[in-house]
Ligand binder design. Structure first.
Ligand SMILES: [Zn+2]
Length: 144
């Protein structure tokens, strides 16, 4: 019993400290103002700024900026280098890719003396596009 009385006493003390401060006395008769409605924004009706979905454009490929919509294939083309931020005409170089490896594998089973021939045929290889200024690879054109 003593424990509960002590708890109630603490509760009273807490409520007493939470009482609002006393209002200042009204200046006299005739001071009855009509209640003013302050236009608080209602919770739940807060309008979020509209997201502009129409502004998002599909990116063709990260790191590759193709100029004038011409994709880089096996011939040199204009591209925007993402490394030196210049508009350049790429330098191409043939590198081994999946297509000539596949042809080599096929020829290994069909006619094995020619299985290395696809590595000598440029039209079977992938094409590497490099920036002529900074020598970095801008794009790799894959045939397969
Ligand atoms: Zn560059």
């Amino acid at each position: 019993m003593n424990y509960q009385q002590g708890f109630v006493g603490q509760g009273y003390g807490f409520e007493a400290s939470n009482q609002p401060p006393p209002y200042p006395s009204s200046p006299g008769p005739g001071a009855g103002y009509p209640p003013q409605y302050t236009p608080y924004p209602q919770p739940g009706l807060v309008q979020a700024p509209p997201t502009q979905y129409g502004m998002i454009q599909p990116q063709p490929e990260p790191g590759l900026v193709v100029v004038a919509g011409i994709p880089l294939t096996e011939v040199p083309g204009q591209a925007h280098c993402p490394h030196c931020q210049k508009l350049v005409v790429t330098e191409t170089r043939y590198v081994d890719g999946n297509l000539n490896r596949l042809w080599a594998l096929i020829l290994l089973f069909v006619f094995w003396p020619c299985c290395l021939a696809p590595f000598c045929v440029d039209s079977c290889k992938d094409v590497e596009h490099r920036c002529p200024d900074c020598r970095s690879v801008i794009h790799l054109y894959k045939r397969l």
